[in-house]
Design a protein around this ligand. Sequence first.
Ligand SMILES: [Fe+2]
Length: 353
Amino acid sequence: MMEYCIFSLSGLGEVVLIFVFSIEKIHSSNIRKGVVMELGRRDFLKGVSLAALAVNGGIQAAENSMKAEEINALQQELDAIPGDEFRKFRGMGPSFAAEERDALYTKWPVLRRFDDAFLKVMREIEEVEVTDRPAVWYVYNMGVIVKTRQSLFSIDLSHRLSTMLVDKFDFVIITHNHYDHYTEKLYQAMDSRHKTVIQNFRDNYGACLHVKDGLGGFSRGECRYTIKDVVIRTYETNHNHLLKGFVMPVEVQVGDYTILHVGDTFNTGDLRPERTPDLFIHHAWCWGSSNQTMDGINAFHPKCVVIAHHCELGHNKQTGGGGVPLARAYAKKAEAEAAGTHAIAPFWGDRIA
Ligand SMILES: [Fe+2]
């Protein structure tokens, strides 16, 4: 009996040991190869890969190393939330009840990813020390944040948490008056602090106190501003055949470094950059125009092309609104790379320069 018990325990021990060894073996090989054998693919993406993306701000997406099924899984998560629900969430600002926020995170996990991206950028802004070249982060849609030696500013920042940076921003740029390119609460917070908002649709009296050139932030025709170590040039382009002169493309110069952010400019031929862009940030598919990436490369010879305005969640998928899927941004990136140009299709929270 005793022998039998000992034998049984010993046998059980062997089973356990084998089991633990097997699990360990699966995990280590999976981590090395980036594949999953025993877990379901979707479970893995939900449990590991997508969580890692949230933490890393989509670095895999920026490097375009995601497999087709990973892109599809992410796209499904992005598409799950109705556009009007997302716009409501984005408009809430940073201060609403944590329980309510968490319930929304549970209902639509993409919202946690959206917030995490902003918090990641905020952390990195504090950590990164800028030397000769500015640091640039892609936050969401066409929203970027730029840190220079002397300044911090945003272009087209559309995010519910954006006012968390109002005290740190020296100024803010908005290319046009559309919800996916600016945040009303941020505009109001900047204006009430007499901080410059360079845009083309509203008086901004506070700007007059801070812009050296004696211009307010309200920009029409061609304008040029100097704020600290940043020179900003703006003019007008069409958003489409109906909204003429509606968009304010911006050419930003920091020392020898130039960022060309074109907002929702429909026709690349309307753009008039003065310098070769280091970063050419443009819409992946503005108003159905698929030519902007290659048109911009051929016309301006940018050192790096940034494919933006994809995965915008406020465009209502359920009613046929025109959000640009991630896969299409990757296709534009591949097209640019085939032409020999460095291209990035960043995801939320990525540092792009
Ligand atoms: Fe837009």
